[in-house]
Write a new protein. Structure first.
Length: 119
């Protein structure tokens, strides 16, 4: 499983169109940024600190139809980058993040739920 953090509004629009085209950062970089289970909490803390109205998606990498590349990023770690839109059908679960918790803690809790769901 790979994970995508995005706003609730972005996800709501994707569910209407059947695909997620990416955030402003994704569009600027030319690919959709994803994280592994080991990376997603740090990504939340670094990129989304102080933001509310977020959702974490659990995505099945075998169900994306665009090219998924594992490329070096933060500290040389390999991150999943999707070169094309994310089909809504590839999303196994969505986890709205509560606004009353720091985003890192909210993502850690959602990740535990996601991992329990996969068992």
């Amino acid at each position: 499983m790979i994970y995508k953090l995005l706003t609730v509004d972005e996800w709501d629009r994707a569910k209407v169109t059947g695909r997620y085209e990416g955030s402003a950062d994704d569009l600027r970089d030319g690919y959709l940024h994803f994280s592994t289970a080991e990376q997603v909490v740090e990504t939340a803390e670094r990129v989304f600190a102080g933001q509310t109205g977020l959702t974490m998606l659990a995505v099945d990498p075998d169900r994306v139809h665009a090219e998924l590349r594992w490329e070096p990023s933060r500290g040389g770690a390999l991150f999943p980058h999707l070169y094309g839109p994310l089909p809504v059908a590839a999303v196994r679960a969505e986890y709205p993040l509560p606004a009353d918790q720091p985003v890192g803690a909210a993502v850690a809790k959602a990740l535990r739920q996601a991992e329990a769901h996969d068992r």
